[in-house]
Design a protein around this ligand. Structure first.
Ligand code: CP
Ligand code: NVA
Length: 304
């Protein structure tokens, strides 16, 4: 079997993403019914975290345990990566002992370099450019609440950074329209916009972006690595909080999502995130189920 990586949503075909989504729903049901299912018995996942994490670490680690395997948490502080061992060498060595590698890092090319030199699947658990695992959970969550997202309208309100850029890829892979409301200077990469111009639009005004949308999504104003820009960003994004007023512009049954962690009173009001349209807790839990489906698919291939 050729090694499959998951660095962006584009690494899986539309049909494979659909398979993973349905498999995530199936594995969730089986787990909730108390079924023990261990297709990854004796398999190991290396988890390299160069940035903090709550959901990603727990969901991958617990996911591997539930699938009968084992996960190893690795931080640069305690490994030779932090002392300058080349990524290429690290990838080669780790690959010879584990069955998959999960990486959360800064520049996207770090994970690309890792994948080029790894002989086992490499999974992107967030880079400065993308967060595709979060999208697996978001798409599963939308599907559970509202059925297929194909043909629907999603409004992204906030920073055009890694989560937003993964939503652009998702628009193409899951077939929905995406309106992005972000202040000037915080746009997603222009090449991504150009490549997806048929279904992705930048609209500066939050209300116009939210009009009749089926799903409203946001993310923090200052991401990991941008902490010193917090004050500047608070000013730049002041008109981009997802409030009850913004939600009222969307369809009456629109959902609200946020990958978390959230800052109430900044990118989202407490009333929205803790309100009836918010599905953020299911979205967070679905990281576990969606990634179990991904791990099984990348390591064992499709189950029959
Ligand atoms: N949403 C998400 O990736 O959360 P963590 O940073 O806690 O992993
Ligand atoms: N954009 C955020 C997502 C956190 C899960 C960050 O990169 O910090």
């Amino acid at each position: 079997m050729t090694v499959r990586h998951f660095l962006t949503l584009k690494d899986l075909s539309k049909a494979e993403l659909q398979y993973v989504l349905e498999r995530g729903i199936e594995l969730k049901k089986r787990h909730q019914n108390g079924e023990v299912y261990e297709p990854l018995k004796n398999k190991s996942l290396a988890m390299i975290f160069e940035k903090s994490s709550t959901r990603t670490r727990i969901s991958f680690e617990v996911g591997m345990t539930q699938l009968g395997g084992h996960a190893i948490f690795l931080s640069p502080r305690d490994t030779q990566l932090g002392r300058g061992e080349p990524i290429e060498d690290t990838a080669r060595v780790i690959s010879s002992m584990v069955d998959a590698i999960m990486v959360r890092t800064f520049e996207h090319n770090i994970i690309e370099k890792m994948a080029e030199n790894a002989s086992v699947p490499v999974i992107n658990a967030l880079t400065d450019d993308y967060h595709p695992c979060q999208l697996l959970a978001d798409m599963q969550t939308f599907h559970e609440y509202r059925g297929s997202i194909a043909g629907k309208t999603v409004a992204w309100i906030g920073d055009g950074y890694n989560m937003c850029q993964s939503y652009i890829n998702a628009a193409a892979q899951y077939d929905f329209n995406l309106r992005i409301a972000c202040p000037e200077g915080f746009d997603p990469r222009q090449d991504l916009i150009d490549q997806h111009a048929d279904r992705v639009q930048i609209i500066r005004d939050s209300k116009a972006a939210a009009a009749d949308a089926d799903l409203i999504v946001t993310d923090v104003w200052a991401s990991m690595g941008q902490e010193e820009e917090q004050r500047l960003r608070q000013r730049a994004f002041a008109d981009y909080q997802v409030t009850e007023e913004i939600m009222a512009c969307a369809k009456p049954d629109a959902l609200f999502m946020h990958c978390l962690p959230a800052h109430r009173g900044e990118e989202v009001s407490a009333g929205v995130i803790d309100g009836p349209q918010s599905v953020v807790w299911d979205e967070a839990e679905n990281r576990l189920h969606a990634q179990k489906a991904l791990l099984e698919f990348l390591i064992n291939g499709k189950s029959d």
